[in-house]
Design a protein around this ligand. Structure first.
Ligand SMILES: Cc1cc2nc3c(=O)[nH]c(=O)nc-3n(C[C@H](O)[C@H](O)[C@H](O)COP(=O)(O)OP(=O)(O)OC[C@H]3O[C@@H](n4cnc5c(N)ncnc54)[C@H](O)[C@@H]3O)c2cc1C
Length: 360
């Protein structure tokens, strides 16, 4: 069976990988723009509310088994436990699933050494430490490209039944639209459930050798990952953008504020200097879950988009489910079904998200 996949971000790559392994004749088409995947920190975080948690843990296993050469580090991942309802739900779920969670409660100002890096613990602060993985999406891209039949460079437009790239018309049996935030552009119409934001990242010069680590705060409003002399920081500040191109307007001031905040937590980061700031578009559904499954009214077009800040975390597990769905082996999980968001605009977030407050 012939499959065309529009988009070679992490979502398209993962779909391509699992389908090619099942014997599908896969063609990937990519316009070669600046995609979110290429600048993502690549942290696979298990710190998210169910039902995403199962997918996140499954992705972690898949990275370690199928893509182990692309796992750069397996840093620990820590979250401040503010003892809120959301943290408790997530931690209980992790423990029920047999994940190792270390909890630290220490005196003010005390430094704890965990897996070779230091964490400063503040008064009455509780830190929960979990294993995570940091992936190199560049090597995953090379690996998948070696596996799939064909890779086409160009801007694609999808119609029911065909994909048009320049003067080339492909008529595959199945078309997977994994084009990240550019979904409306590819399909030629808006999907109202999807909102496009900008995400920013800063590339930093550490000036001083730093140990491997990854950190995140409990409200997911910033994280950092660094290894050797390379460092990446995202501040998770999301600004709504009117049209996709507006997304490329980095704001160095916001990153500087973020570094200041981070320096209070990780003392070494006060040595960081800003090298380069990048910005990329992200797309999210109103209920924060991605859109996975057939496009309404056009069953050979499958959506695999809207991953926002969790594509690296969720894409492998959901791509594997998508491949099984195409084989007729299982249904798409209702929480991710493309049909839910397309038909239920303005839906309330599903139960797990209400526990964590309103989504962005
Ligand atoms: C700074 C930053 C840090 C992040 N860190 C993490 C993290 O630690 N963990 C995590 O899980 N997630 C993280 N994310 C989010 C993650 O990167 C995204 O969720 C993920 O990249 C989305 O993948 P995607 O494949 O859906 O889309 P994209 O990566 O945007 O890829 C879409 C692809 O489609 C192509 N395309 C679009 N339109 C067309 C067209 N018409 N024709 C042909 N090709 C087209 C584009 O060129 C692009 O290559 C981060 C994002 C950013 C910006």
């Amino acid at each position: 069976m012939k499959v065309a996949i529009v988009g070679s971000g992490i979502a398209g790559l993962m779909a391509a990988w699992f389908l090619a392994r099942k014997g599908y004749d896969v063609t990937i088409i990519d316009g070669g723009g600046l995609d979110a995947t290429s600048i993502s920190a690549g942290i696979v975080s298990p710190l998210m509310p169910p039902p995403f948690l199962d997918a996140a843990l499954k992705s972690k296993r898949l990275y370690l088994s199928e893509f182990s050469e692309s796992v750069k580090e397996a840093p620990i991942y820590w979250v401040r436990n503010a003892n809120d309802k959301c943290s408790r739900v997530v931690l209980e779920s992790l423990e029920r699933r047999g994940e190792k969670v270390l909890t630290f409660t220490e005196e003010p100002g005390l430094f704890e050494t965990v897996s070779g890096f230091q964490i400063k613990i503040y008064r009455e602060e509780v830190l929960n430490v979990v294993d995570s993985v940091l992936v190199d999406t560049g090597s995953i891209k090379n690996m998948v490209f070696r596996e799939v039949g064909d890779v086409i460079a160009g801007i694609a437009r999808v119609k029911c039944g065909s994909v048009v790239v320049g003067s080339k018309v492909l008529r595959p049996d199945v078309i997977i639209v994994a084009s990240g935030p550019w979904l409306p552009e590819v399909l030629g119409f808006e999907i109202e459930a999807l909102e496009v934001y900008s995400c920013e990242t800063a590339f930093l010069d550490p000036r001083k050798p730093l140990k491997h680590s990854a950190i995140i705060d409990d409200s997911l409003d910033f994280y950092a990952a660094f290894w050797g002399q390379d460092a990446q920081v995202g501040d998770g500040l999301f600004r709504k953008v009117g049209k996709p191109l507006d997304a490329y307007s980095p704001d160095p001031q916001s990153i500087s504020l973020f570094i200041d905040a981070l320096a209070r937590r990780v003392p070494e980061s006060s040595y960081w200097r800003l090298k380069k700031v990048l910005s990329a578009p992200c797309a999210a559904c109103k209920d924060t879950a991605p859109l996975v499954g057939p496009l309404k009214g056009c069953r050979n077009v499958i959506l695999f988009a809207g991953f926002d800040g969790i594509g690296v975390t969720l894409a492998p597990a959901l791509a594997e489910s998508l491949a099984r769905y195409l084989e007729g082996e299982s249904a798409i999980d209702a929480a991710f079904s493309s049909q839910r968001s397309v038909k239920d605009l303005g839906v309330k977030p599903p139960e797990p998200f209400r526990l964590c407050g309103e989504p962005r």
